[in-house]
Design a protein around this ligand. Sequence first.
Ligand code: UGA
Length: 434
Amino acid sequence: MAVIAKHCPDRILRVVDINEKRIAAWNSDDLPIYEPGLDEIVKQCRGKNLFFSTNIAEAIDSSDIIFVGVNTPTKTFGRGAGCASDLQYWEATARSIAAAAKGDKIVVEKCTLPVRTAAAMERILSEHPEYHFDVISNPEFLAEGSAIQDLEHPDRVLIGGHQTPEGLKAIQTIVDIYATWVPREKILTTNVWSSELSKLAANAMLAQRVSSINAFSALCEETGANIDEVALAMGLDNRIGAKFLKAGPGFGGSCFKKDILNLVYMCESYGLQKVADYWRHVVLINDYQQERLISNILKTMFNTVANKKIAIFGFAFKANTGDTRESPAIAISNMLLDEHAQLAITDPKALTHAREDLKAYSEKVCFSTDPYETVQDADAIVVLTDWDLYKTLDYERIFKEMRKPAFCFDTRNCLDGAMLKQIGFQFCGIGKPS
Ligand code: UGA
């Protein structure tokens, strides 16, 4: 909404949420999320044509277009628990729109939803036949850490609507918003169901690439091949392409796992068990990569990490974000703590969430934004997030501070392994000859 506000100064954007603390943070100098470039845009537009408030009914009534971006987490209870999307917040929003609207509206699905969810929104809104509602699907393709860049220069903007005269008019209204800064040929219009499914399909394909490269990393370790060389050789085939072929500790974040499980559940509900099994394996390989990592750490550190101090470099699910949802760091830390290791965790942006994620183990874990503090008397470093700052630390100094032998497990293949070995580290990357 901030990026729309920046490019469409004649439109008023009202961002509303039931959470008062969050809205207060959006109105303060300390925004509730870290995203490079976001502060500047919010400061530029806030109070002019971008407003944050908790007055939901007023915002619904006074707007012509309503973007719905509520969370749709994986269900934790009842039928489909652990797989299906929990649509309760989404349905509650549909009902609030129906209750507060006093005129025609275009309702835009921004959240990632199971296919055909727009039909449910239409059904709820149709209880108010005095007004006309058009439901449009406009899934978001931005990635965290590069959100502003992705919104400013998207590969494509997808807008799905019904192929009726009213539906096409509503699609055009949304096209006009994006066309103020996105070249028209990058704005793709489709039917609603294609748009809903494309979002899940794109995430599933991206996650599948990560699981595929991680599966090859396991084979590299057994055969003496080097995953970086294999990824480079594969990626140069322009039918495959170079992006999303970085081996690592497995994908994290609030989207991939949730969306794939949602897809698995949908396939199962349509009786497509083999298709469901195919996609479920993308998640299983992801879990396997983390288990494999722990086995390698244990094997290398003489089959025990009990009472050893392990410095964790990075807790966010990827660099340039403070988000730790589904971060590989959570599962890996839990497995190390189950082996009775002591953890010293460092991350420039994610420590507040990390403390919350590991609160069950508070005596066994300490936190610091200073990596040098975390390595004091540590037996090993495990790099879990590829923050740039870890590439330029003084590893001679770090080596001196650590117990010997000093181990370094670089699960992102982002450090200079040859240099670390020369300093004296026992160094292990991922998918590399040991
Ligand atoms: C993902 C998609 O990339 C976005 O297009 C989509 O809009 C978004 O989900 C969403 O559904 O909202 P995001 O989860 O923010 O974006 O982050 P990604 O950059 O996709 O990374 C996901 C995970 O895969 C991270 O843990 C990352 O470290 C890992 N990854 C990515 C790898 O391990 N290797 C790679 O080569 C690429």
